[in-house]
Design a binder for this molecule. Structure first.
Ligand SMILES: Cc1ncc(COP(=O)(O)O)c(C=O)c1O
Length: 402
């Protein structure tokens, strides 16, 4: 049977497409250390788990399409802690941040409209854009300056009649870059000048390191009609499987329009919204401890990887990812080698080849994205596997004598 041309053109997620090789390795008894996916081993707040255990309803009913009012009120209080004033009607609950991004593309863009995005970028955005038939216009950021925001001129050059907005992610997946207040302000001025939206994915808001302060896009009320924030409970409260996220904007027209999509999918998950509401009551130390743990893990993995000959990576300032350039001919080929042909003391490591995080063909070919979501022992073993694997791959596959 013939599948659609549309689906044939979609990519398999570079984060997950090598999973069959990882399964085969596991079947052979090899312990695969998964640094390919942002699935933390951190415990979900007990408040959220207790809420699920105590869910007392007789029927799990459909709820409101825009999300339950208790959860939206909880979020209003949560944002207040960051000095951000929003109303419960400025918030739509979505089935994860993923659905929030899809709703925004569908709401703001007609087919073949354009969004500008710094690359490397969160790769699943490619599929969300494809679903909405939106063209992503990349502005390439560089490892040489830690993937800082490219110049405003580069963004402006890509603006045309079809441009509906700019999509940023801060703290950034995959680069770990955290955009400064000055960078955000400059982009907002540009968006104002050309009357387009600035959408910022802030799902890693709390995960900033080295004392760096985070600036939310919601803290620029003077531009509020063109600002949209994407949010999620997945990483902040280590509840990725709950599928609870949000769109936050003062622009009611955006939310009223997106509501048509929300109504068609009926409602976000009901029990999980109860859990998310409870997660918001967890003491502030929960998120602070998680942040400190990631900062420690970042230091462990980066310092180990920087010692591996030929590996280039710099200290990310936020989220829990970084992009490293590897001394190989092809990062995907090397990843497959690590899973299929290599193990060190019964272990191997899986990462995400970075070419799928670029829109521009040919970029990121020797780069990989690493997620430092596992404990210190696993991270140290992962770095050791990588070091040993690189030696064997370069000698046996690339034919390099060192
Ligand atoms: C930058 C970014 N945005 C959005 C998402 C989607 O998160 P979820 O749909 O689990 O809320 C992720 C998940 O990894 C992400 O890294």
């Amino acid at each position: 049977m013939q599948m659609s041309n549309r689906i044939s053109a979609f990519q398999c997620s570079p984060i997950r497409r090598l999973v069959p090789y990882a399964r085969e390795a596991a079947e052979k008894g090899i312990h695969v250390i998964h640094l390919n996916i942002g699935q933390p081993d951190i415990k979900t707040p007990k408040e959220a788990l207790e809420a699920i255990h105590n869910y007392g309803e007789d029927i799990i009913e459909y709820g409101r399409s825009e999300g339950e009012v208790e959860l939206r009120r909880g979020l209003v209080k949560y944002y207040k802690k960051y000095g951000i004033t929003v109303d419960e009607d400025d918030i739509m609950i979505t089935t994860g941040g993923s659905e929030a991004i899809q709703f925004i593309f569908m709401t703001l863009c007609d087919p073949y409209d354009e969004f500008i995005i710094p690359e490397p970028y969160y790769t699943n955005v490619a599929t969300f854009a494809n679903i909405a038939m939106v063209t992503l216009r990349p502005v390439t950021s560089s490892p040489d300056d830690n993937f800082a925001l490219p110049s405003i001129e580069e963004f402006e050059k890509r603006i045309n009649k079809k441009t509906m907005g700019i999509l940023l992610c801060s703290p950034n997946n995959p680069t770990g870059h955290v955009y400064t207040r000055g960078e955000l302000k400059a982009l907002l001025e540009l968006c104002k000048k050309h009357d387009i939206f600035l959408v910022v994915d802030e799902v890693y808001r709390e995960f900033c390191y080295d004392g760096k302060t985070f600036t939310s896009i919601l803290s620029f009320p003077e531009y509020s009609d063109r600002i949209i924030c994407i949010d999620s409970f997945s990483k902040r409260f280590s509840m990725c499987g709950a599928r609870v996220g949000a769109i936050v904007t003062h622009n009611r027209e955006v939310l009223d329009s997106a509501l048509k999509l929300a109504q068609a999918r009926l409602c976000p998950p009901a029990v999980e919204q109860v859990a998310a509401t409870a997660a918001l009551t967890a003491p502030d130390e929960y998120v602070e401890n998680v942040r400190a743990e990631y900062e420690h893990r970042r230091n462990v993995l980066i310092s180990s990887m920087q010692k591996i000959p030929g590996v280039r990576c710099s200290l990310p300032k936020g989220a829990f990812y970084f992009v490293a350039d590897l001394p190989v001919d092809d990062a995907e080929k090397f990843d497959i080698f690590m899973l299929r042909d290599f193990s060190y003391q019964g272990c191997t490591v899986m990462f995400a080849p970075a070419d799928g995080f670029y829109v521009t063909p040919g970029l990121g070919h020797t780069e990989a994205r690493f997620a430092y979501v596992l404990n210190e022992k696993e991270l140290l073993m992962a770095a050791k596997c990588l070091e040993e694997g690189l030696k064997v791959y370069r000698r046996d596959v690339m034919g390099i004598k060192e």
